[in-house]
Design a protein around this ligand. Structure first.
Ligand SMILES: O=C(O)CCC(=O)C(=O)O
Length: 226
């Protein structure tokens, strides 16, 4: 028996991606869809090597809970959350060793994404890696521990689609939610640098390369704590 129409899931695969390749969310914030897709295999390999040295884990929060997403870092400084607060540290608190170095290919990709978004000379020295599974989420927050808000944040998504919340400079402002898919890169800086953002959850479908897991890497320039 032949089917006049393919099943819905197959149809999705056949439909062209109609999302614009480049979208300015607002002044300073640019979403570049599929920007990193050609580099996905290299990125996943780099992520694997980093997490062999500094495994993902659920950090403790200042409020006494645990972060929903599992995290780790690479670069000369890494972001940590603990009951004592948030900080950038030179050592991974789990191993007491320096964080794994940021691979040159990741640095170059983050730099080229920043440039394409209108931020020349981005020099990330820290990268926070997030791993989301099943019901993971990340509440609305600002990235404000970097000690330098003149440089943007470059955020790269891999694997399962994340439902990203994009707010404004105030916690209780309007929030838009949209899909961040495999290979999408979002850059925010300038007047949008301290905008609230987070992850509401994950889309249901698994991804061919990562199954039910979503990875995210955010590249930052951090001024070393004194
Ligand atoms: O996973 C994401 O897309 C967002 C990550 C994020 O907000 C962060 O690391 O500060």
């Amino acid at each position: 028996m032949t089917h006049p129409h393919p099943p819905a899931q197959q149809m999705d695969l056949l439909l062209p991606d109609t999302r614009p390749a480049r979208e300015e969310l607002e002044t300073g914030a640019v979403l570049m869809r599929q920007f990193a897709t050609p580099h996905a295999a290299n990125l996943l390999q780099a992520l694997h090597e980093i997490t062999q040295q500094a495994p993902f884990h659920h950090m403790l929060t200042p409020g006494g809970g645990t972060m929903s997403a599992a995290m780790t870092c690479c670069g000369t400084l890494g972001w940590v959350s603990s009951p004592m607060g948030y900080a950038y540290t030179a050592l991974d608190p789990l191993s007491q060793r320096p964080w794994p170095a940021m691979p040159a290919s990741l640095f170059a990709l983050a730099q080229s994404a920043a440039l394409a978004a209108g931020y020349p000379n981005f020099a990330p020295n820290a990268c926070l890696l997030n791993r989301y599974q099943s019901h993971s989420h990340m509440g609305l927050h600002q990235d404000r521990d970097e000690g330098d808000i003149t440089q943007p944040i470059v955020s790269l998504s891999l694997g399962r689609t994340g439902l990203f919340m994009w707010g404004g400079p105030n916690r209780h402002g309007r929030v838009r939610t949209f899909a961040l898919e495999h290979g999408d890169v979002l850059v925010w800086g300038g007047p949008a640098r301290l905008h609230y953002h987070g992850i509401k959850g994950l889309a249901p479908n698994p991804h061919a390369l990562t199954g039910l897991t979503r990875y995210n890497m955010t590249f930052r320039h951090v001024v070393a704590p004194s």
